[in-house]
Design a protein around this ligand. Structure first.
Ligand code: NAP
Length: 478
């Protein structure tokens, strides 16, 4: 006689496996997708978000003019509309709802809260007015409700963007496009008006290492090089590199080496081209790291030190440099995770410690019922699609553990009861659809694209309240 499959045992002995996913960005929604795509363990998934709007960085991080990437929202939507998935908006993990609360209502929790903190450059003057995190700027043009509409007045002719990742390219591109080029995007109307009034004419992109080490990817670089209204200036001396060096002479270069080669080819084609007299310009500075943001009262410039790689591959200063007379510095040097209350956190990696998606406690053993996916798990790397396989790997571990998790909580309390006990007004998927519709209507009224984002908590609340308390209650019923 063979022993029964443990997952089979689970389905016979218990009700559905109840999973709370914290965060409705790509990692969280892909986790819900992986949970509902399998049929061996019956599941019910609550995808929670502190915002009433789902999709995380797809909505508030992907650049508004990257409509193809934003189209991922259509895929994520089908997941949230699965009958065994429920979206619970307006609930913040840690303050509104604690890990202890969820221990009563769910067998497992998947943390998919991303990496919300901007990294710092660690140079003097970094906090001067006019020196800001790219995340702030991204939140502003993406219409994040925490961002204030008046946050940016683009009154400087020259701006520095620090970093050579895809966020830096997004930010530079948005600064270099005209409002007309952006009017069919979902940018909130007051933000589009501020971009239309922008006085920015030159963007300096500062990369502390060379073109081969840049983190940006070829499609994003191509977008930048193809801007109709901006000259892109590349110093030929900085891209005069033998492509064979990229792969160390290997006949089968790695994916990273191939990507670096493509970047190098694109930059080499651009190098030395004289400006065409276009209204705006982008100047790429490789081997240039900010040494100081110059004040004294607000940003008046940035002091840059030229760098090189030493024989051991370490980045070192050359002792030479220059001052760039910029009025704004946007640091785009990567994102880091923030600790969640009652969830282990690695302060060095700035991620949740884990093994195969199982959260590890201080002694290095899995914390029963706790899982992690996405940037909170692996750091701020990869593209949106990376989260699909990442979340699926976490869900595999969770499903393996399912029999034990269900045995530990034989009678989960309905989430509604926990929310009611906490006196929490939350929103549901129907409320999000009302916001979605209001944004489509706004786009039509303004004669702009498919959607124009509403802006601010107040605007969201107004739409939800108009939708009516009755319907809101129906949305949140399981
Ligand atoms: P990133 O790819 O990690 O790039 C950060 C950049 O900042 C690097 O060039 C890094 O240089 C530089 N940097 C770090 N510390 C610095 C310092 N102290 N001074 C100067 N430069 C410094 O981060 P990201 O651009 O924020 O992107 C995060 C993730 O989102 C990435 O996986 C990215 O691909 C993804 N993303 C994708 C898209 C897209 O697919 N279209 C769009 C946006 C974001 P070093 O290499 O020398 O450390």
């Amino acid at each position: 006689m063979t022993s029964p499959d443990p997952e089979q045992q689970h389905t016979e002995a218990a009700g559905p496996l109840r999973v709370a996913v914290i965060g409705s960005g790509p990692a969280g929604v892909y986790a819900a997708d992986a949970l509902t795509r399998q049929s061996r363990v019956p599941v019910r998934v609550d995808v929670m978000d502190r915002l009433p709007t789902p999709y995380g960085l797809v909505r508030y991080g992907v650049a508004p003019d990257h409509t193809r990437i934003k189209g991922v929202a259509r895929v994520l939507r089908t997941v949230l509309e699965h009958p065994h998935v429920r979206f619970v908006g307006g609930v913040e993990f840690g303050s509104d709802l604690t890990r202890e609360d969820l221990a009563r209502s769910h067998h497992a929790v998947v943390y998919a809260t991303g990496a919300s903190v901007d990294r710092r450059m660690g140079v003097p003057g970094e906090d001067l007015p006019g020196s800001v995190a790219a995340t702030d700027f991204v939140n502003w043009y993406c219409g994040h409700p925490d961002s204030e509409l008046e946050r940016f007045v683009l009154d400087s002719e020259e701006v520095a963007v620090v970093g050579a990742g895809n966020v830096a390219l997004d930010v530079a591109r948005l600064l270099l496009k005209t409002a007309d080029e952006l009017r069919h995007t979902d940018i909130p109307q007051p933000v589009l008006d501020a971009l239309a009034a922008s006085r920015v004419r030159t963007v300096h992109l500062l990369s502390r290492r060379g073109p081969l080490q840049a983190k940006f990817t070829a499609p994003e670089l191509r977008d930048l090089l193809a801007l109709p209204g901006a000259d892109v200036l590349v110093d030929p001396g900085q891209v005069d590199i033998d492509p064979a060096r990229v792969s160390g002479g290997s006949p089968e270069p790695s994916r990273v080496a191939r990507a670096a080669r493509t970047n190098l080819r694109l930059l080499s084609q651009q190098a030395g081209r004289p400006p065409r007299g276009l209204p705006r310009r982008l100047r790429l500075h490789f081997w240039a790291r900010p040494q100081e943001v110059l004040g004294p009262d607000r940003v008046r410039g940035v002091r840059v030190e030229h760098t090189r790689m030493d024989a051991d591959g370490r980045l070192v200063g050359t002792g030479t440099g220059e001052d760039l007379a910029v009025g704004m510095v946007l640091r785009s040097v990567g994102y880091a995770g923030a600790p969640l209350p009652d969830v282990p956190f690695d302060p060095v990696e700035r991620t949740v410690p884990q093994e195969a998606g199982r959260v590890l406690g201080p002694e290095g053993r899995p914390v029963p019922g706790d899982y992690v996916a996405g940037w909170a798990k692996r750091g701020a790397t990869g593209v949106i699609g990376t989260n699909k396989s990442d979340a699926a790997a976490t869900v595999r571990s969770l499903l393996e553990d399912a029999p034990g998790l269900c045995a530990a909580l034989p009678e989960p309390v309905p989430l509604e009861r926990v929310l009611d006990e906490r006196g929490l007004a939350h929103s549901g998927y129907g409320d999000w659809l009302r916001i979605d519709t209001a944004e489509a209507e706004q786009a039509e009224e303004l004669g702009r694209g498919e959607r124009v984002k509403l802006h601010g908590w107040r605007a969201y609340r107004d739409v939800i309240e108009r939708g009516g308390a009755q319907e809101t209650r129906e949305d949140s019923a399981s």
